[in-house]
Design a protein around this ligand. Structure first.
Ligand code: MN
Length: 424
């Protein structure tokens, strides 16, 4: 963890300028009828989960270039997640991936407790084979043509639920790599039927207070078709499974230029939005850092979420899901978490009465300008002040770099081999 004295010293140095910026922004927001303290309180209460796999260096299908001091196991990963939360105060939960993060639940709970972390949704893994596994997932898992393979995948998901129950998790996220690479390779309907039959068995094993998130993805590793290809398929599946089944939207899992914010609105309208995997993309499922390519789209997604706040039963889960190939993963995750908070804060500033009136009057220009006014407002002083008041750092990346954390853990954690691809 980072020395709290360092955080305090850095914050003390930053505070005079930050206070001036915060007060100035407060005045400007006040003229718009917005109470800056209320926005800050909402930002402070907002959290996004860190994926355990995100603290390791990712890779492409060509290569992986590991960084120094990479986590060796889940306890190292939790240490890194603890640092992210300590400095940003935006990531109080961690999402585990089974079997990668398998360990005694008591040890996981103890470690997380020491770091002030809790566990978010559990993630199952039936997209790769594990050592000693009886049946291969090369040609699918929950939708495989072979019943024994499907059963193995069902049992793995049920095991994830059991582990999650011991850890205080309340959701299971299922993403399958099942699909096809060639026209004619699979019968679309029979494959979907097999998936539905298998995932219904997982659904039947859900505790009453759990949710099942199914995640759609249009391609990769199957490049011609995927079983849960798009939000429409995902919605139909969630509808068929029942009320505890909800759709998870990964921002990278759509065709370029698809209107994701409208998909979000549709899923909200029908009570089926489960949550998000935040990341960003330029061409496809690039797994780039959240907000690094198109922060306006991220804002427009949050505009829909804020608009729906207060809808009964509306509690979407927020999680980062991205791959860090050229940056220190801790730095990328801190910046990404802050970008999610920023989009939320900006969306809170939308003048909804003016927007609604403009929409009703078919005043397109006024409507879109209303959104832009909120988006263009620099909310950094709100985020930084919320962090400081929560015990975090005014500038998490600067404080992290000054702390020497990466060099310190590099001395403890041996370097790992860079061979092979490594999509995370
Ligand atoms: Mn995802």
């Amino acid at each position: 963890m980072i020395d709290n004295a360092l955080i305090e010293a850095e914050n003390t140095a930053a505070l005079p300028a930050l206070r001036a910026d915060y007060d100035s922004l407060g005045e400007r927001l006040d003229r718009r009828g917005i109470d800056i303290a209320a926005i800050k309180a909402q930002v402070a209460a907002f959290g996004v989960a860190v994926p355990s796999w995100g603290v390791g260096t990712g890779g492409t299908r060509f290569a992986r270039f590991p960084g120094t001091g990479e986590p060796r196991h889940i306890f190292d990963k939790l240490d890194d997640c603890g640092v992210i939360q300590q400095l940003t105060r935006a990531t109080p939960t961690v999402s585990l991936h089974i079997p990668w993060d398998k360990a005694a639940p008591a040890d996981l709970l103890g470690k997380a407790g020491d770091l002030g972390l809790r566990f978010d949704a559990m993630n199952s893994n039936t997209f790769q084979d594990q050592p000693g596994q009886a049946h291969s997932y090369k040609f699918g898992s929950l939708s495989h043509t072979d019943a024994a393979t499907r059963q193995q995948a069902v049992e793995h998901n049920l095991e994830c639920i059991a582990i999650g129950e011991a850890l205080g998790s309340k959701a299971l996220t299922i993403w399958i790599g099942d699909g096809s690479n060639f026209p004619g390779q699979t019968h679309f309907t029979r494959q979907l039927d097999r998936y539905l039959d298998a995932v219904k068995q997982v659904y039947a094993g859900l505790p009453a207070d759990w949710r099942l998130f199914t995640e759609h993805k249009m391609y990769e590793p199957a490049f011609y078709s995927t079983v849960v290809q798009d939000w429409g398929s995902n919605y139909l599946i969630a509808q068929e499974l029942g009320p505890q089944a909800l759709c998870l939207v990964d921002l990278g899992h759509h065709a370029p230029n698809v209107n994701i914010e409208m998909i979000v609105a549709r899923l909200i309208r029908f009570g089926k939005l489960g949550g998000f995997h935040f990341n960003d993309s330029k061409y496809g499922d690039d797994d780039l850092d959240t907000g690094s390519i198109d922060p306006y789209r991220l804002f427009l997604v949050f505009n829909e979420l804020v608009d729906a706040e207060g809808t009964p039963g509306f509690t979407p889960a927020h999680m980062l899901d991205q791959s860090h190939n050229v940056t220190d993963p801790i730095e990328s995750l801190m910046v990404s978490a802050m970008e999610v908070q920023r989009a939320y804060a900006n969306a809170l500033l939308v003048d909804r009465a003016t927007l609604s009136a403009a929409q009703d009057a078919n005043d397109a220009l006024s409507a879109t300008t209303t959104l832009k006014t909120a988006f263009r407002t620099d909310v950094e002083p709100i985020l930084a002040m919320a962090r400081i008041e929560g015990g975090g750092a005014a500038d998490p990346v600067a404080t992290y770099r000054r702390s020497g954390y990466r060099a310190r853990v590099a001395g403890i954690r041996p370097a790992v081999s860079g061979a092979g691809g490594g999509i995370v």
